[in-house]
Design a protein around this ligand. Sequence first.
Ligand code: URA
Length: 239
Amino acid sequence: MGVRVWVPREGQIVDDIPAEDASKDLVFRNDSPTHNDVVETVLPRDAAAWETLRDEALACRRCALHTQRKQVVFGVGSPSSDWLIVGEAPGAEEDRRGEPFVGPAGQLLDAMLHSIGLDREHVYIANVLKCRPPGNRDPEPDEVATCSGYLDRQIDIIRPRIILAVGRFAAQHLLGTDRSIGALRGQVWPYARTGASLVVTYHPSYLLRKPGDKAKAWHDLCLARDAYRKQVAGVSAEA
Ligand code: URA
């Protein structure tokens, strides 16, 4: 009674890769496993609620984006992970394949995760929008208002310890602010709805255009990894 027991969950960092190793060349090597055929292999903590949510999202016609989509991109990975990665919206390749972050930006995201000992099977990856905005334009406020309930419910079921917001759009949405990404990265934020730790980093599409900022992204990833360790240590200490 009153004793909290820490049960290891999906998404724990398994490889203790020292920061110096990746910061030396500041290249996220993409030698992580390929993401082809990655499916949800682990049951969420509330499988029935997850199924209901997924079915609802896959059939969604609440905004005009449904008229042009090929597929709803619900998310990928382990829905019982400690780690949630949140991007903006599916692009053309994601729309075609029904999976987030599978284009060139996705390959870089895989490499970024791999640099801190994670991979897409052991985290959960989702976007704020589940359908592709045509021409990869920015999501409209009404689309976000209509769609973001799906992400909220995903977060409620996954209950991640760490949320990594990739890119300005996801960061501003999750933190409810219009501050710049430069002002938001570099610190650990409390995610208001659940109290998870939230770290902001650059979107991999941006890093492909501006590789000089990979060093900063590396620091963000280390910050997220350290915040995760603190979270786990904090919970363990209470047990
Ligand atoms: N960019 C995103 O933000 N999400 C994707 O799934 C792909 C590209």
